[in-house]
Design a protein around this ligand. Structure first.
Ligand code: NDP
Length: 480
């Protein structure tokens, strides 16, 4: 049994209540450890320690903060194997994916902000009457970072790196469903020399530990990634306290395929953009719109490839599709497949629970599903499923597919496949989403603004946007 502990004021400790929550391994359904069930008292302790640490941390030269973050990035790299396996066990994702994507990206996040803070500058505004304004960018103080289970260390570090680099002290809560790598990271943070109290990692459920973070009056900014409903709740609760908010929420992303695309590249990428991480990436393209003239060709080739995909033990290096994150989530995804059938959809492949052998027979495995025959505005095509389920639909014209693409309440990302560049740019401009990928997917430059429109979120992460979020501008006006 692996016991996870809170990291508060540089100490590893259980929840103040002494209560724990079971940590379940998705590949076998077994309990393999415990997590502190933290609440108001633990968050209060974390805030006290952050408050004490803040004066020194904010006045630590950025070069020194940067050096500590670089050491942390190096330690993530040195511990790649252990972190990747921990992520696979905790989340159910294939270890190959954790090793190639999640952990390297966590390292890159820390390294990126270790660099970015040394390049971050503020504005000056000269006035002809003989005055100059300059803007100070001050750290906010104590900030809260709340992250989801789908990309555990990847998204956890994406938040804490800019917050720490900018000179804030952080209270961070990973999802209670996947707490392991955040716990391992707290050990590495200590080893890297991050002063006590600067980063506090508090484990527990959203309604208890998460709520205590958003309710604490001394936590002045919240960076949250998770579901739209939780985001709405946080926004409503934080608004009367005038907390700064960055909300990265759900998606229902369109993948639009025109007949003139590079078919083979599109097909390979579409398999990935549909089912990577068992379809549990907020950027996965779950609604696939295909120009009518190649619809059948695409459908047959796509079904052939996807029906050959095999789910397997996430801990084995050859596994490409692992388990979904929890039994509850598995059931939710399977219910959506039933709903799709009720709405007139035809399941072309997958959409059923897979029972593996031996210890894995209680794991949460779903055969990836492709569904056709649904209208663009049915529930299956409007609500976020967040699992290995995609729908395919034909379209005739640009206008028609734009209407379909923009029909949901979400607006996170979109993918477009066409060799006609004029069309690509024209379409990109009219798609309601924070990110558009043309002839690629999940190609990320960490300097770019990242986030969604409509119900997919408020604010942007990435590049200097996150450093702006985690600082408060102050204008100083000098007359001469
Ligand atoms: P949730 O909204 O359920 O949870 C996200 C985090 O918020 C978890 O740490 C959770 O804790 C915590 N939380 C839950 N309730 C509260 C509360 N009342 N107060 C404070 N914190 C709370 O999302 P999931 O973890 O299920 O993640 C999946 C969702 O995340 C999907 O909708 C997906 O689209 C979205 N997402 C968005 C991304 C983006 O960049 N826009 C990227 C990745 C995912 P706990 O789990 O411990 O209960």
């Amino acid at each position: 049994m692996k016991e996870i502990l809170n990291y508060i004021n540089g100490h590893f400790q259980p929840a103040a209540s002494g209560n724990t929550i079971d940590n379940i391994k998705p590949s076998t359904g077994e309990i393999y450890g415990t997590i502190p069930e933290s609440g108001v008292e633990d968050i209060a302790q974390a805030v006290n320690s952050a408050e004490k640490a803040f004066p020194l941390w904010k006045s630590t030269p950025k070069e020194e903060r940067s050096a500590i973050l670089f050491r942390l990035a190096d330690l993530i790299k040195e511990n790649l194997e252990e972190l990747a396996m921990a992520e696979a066990i905790d989340n159910g994702k294939p270890v190959s994916l954790a090793k190639a994507v999640d952990i390297p990206r966590a390292e890159a996040n820390i390294r990126f902000y270790a660099n970015a803070i040394t390049q971050f500058s503020s504005e000056a505004h000269h006035m002809e009457i003989g005055a100059i304004n300059y803007t100070l960018r001050k750290p906010i103080g104590i900030v809260g970072c709340i992250s989801p289970w789908n990309l555990p260390l990847y998204l956890f570090t994406w938040k804490i790196a800019p917050a720490l680099a900018a000179g804030n002290c952080v209270i961070a809560k990973p999802s209670e469903v996947t707490p392991m790598t955040a716990y391992l990271l707290s050990k590495l943070a200590k080893e890297a020399g991050l002063p006590d109290g600067v980063l506090n990692v508090v484990h527990g459920t959203g309604p208890s530990a998460g709520d205590a973070i958003i309710s604490h009056p001394k936590i002045k900014a919240i960076s949250f990634t998770g579901g739209t409903k939780t985001g709405q709740y946080i926004a409503a609760k934080a608004a009367p306290e005038f907390k700064k908010l960055s909300l990265e929420l759900g998606g229902k992303n369109p993948n639009i395929i025109f007949a003139d695309c590079d078919f083979d590249t599109m097909l390979d990428t579409t398999v990935r953009s549909s089912f990577a991480n068992q379809g549990q990436i907020c950027l996965c393209g779950s609604r696939i719109f295909v120009e009518e003239s190649i619809y059948e060709k695409f459908r047959d080739a796509f079904v052939e490839k996807v029906s050959k995909m095999r789910v397997g033990n996430p801990e084995l290096p050859e596994t490409k599709m692992g388990a979904v994150v929890s039994e509850q989530h598995m059931n939710k995804v399977l219910e959506f497949v039933e709903l799709a059938k009720e709405e007139g959809g035809k399941v072309l492949t997958g959409g059923v629970q897979v029972k593996l052998e031996g210890a894995l027979q209680r794991g949460f495995y779903i055969q990836p599903a492709i569904i056709e025959g649904l209208s663009f505005d049915c529930r299956t095509n409007q609500e976020e499923i967040f699992g290995p389920v995609v729908t395919i639909m034909p379209f005739k014209t640009e206008e028609e597919v734009l209407k379909y693409a923009n029909s949901t309440k979400y607006g996170l990302s979109a993918t477009l496949w066409t060799e006609n560049l004029s069309r690509a740019h024209r379409m990109a401009e009219h798609i309601e989403s924070g990110i558009v990928w043309i002839n690629c997917w999940l190609l990320r430059d960490l300097r770019t603004p990242f986030g969604g429109v409509k119900d997919s979120g408020v604010g942007r992460e990435g590049g200097f946007e996150a450093l702006r979020f985690f600082t408060e501008p102050q204008n100083v006006c000098v007359k001469y």
